[in-house]
Design a protein around this ligand. Structure first.
Ligand SMILES: [Zn+2]
Length: 95
């Protein structure tokens, strides 16, 4: 999967609620142990870094380090867009 496909997949998952829309309250990193990355659905091998996030759900969420950064950027971008749209709608004058 190339970067554009990964970003498209992650964006779709965030919009559909299959990936968290909010940041985690805690994040740790360690060597992988074939955990399934929630972003790309591929296992995180033992020679890769797995990022484990704890958020609203009680279970940990696992990402490849690159997938984590893509998810965090897409999540923040979509949240910013939602705020801008809400602000624009709130200040738009009726016609
Ligand atoms: Zn991944």
């Amino acid at each position: 999967m190339d970067l554009q496909q990964l970003i498209h997949l992650i964006r779709a998952k965030v919009v559909e609620g299959r990936l968290p829309q909010n940041t985690f309250s805690g994040v740790t990193g360690r060597a992988g142990n074939n955990e399934i990355c929630l972003a790309c659905n591929e296992p995180v091998a033992r020679n890769q870094l797995v990022v484990e996030g704890i958020g609203e759900a009680t279970t940990a969420v696992h990402f490849h380090i690159g997938c984590f950064y893509c998810w965090n950027a897409e999540r923040a971008s979509l949240a910013s867009l939602a705020r801008a749209m809400a602000a624009g709608m709130a200040t738009a004058s009726p016609e």
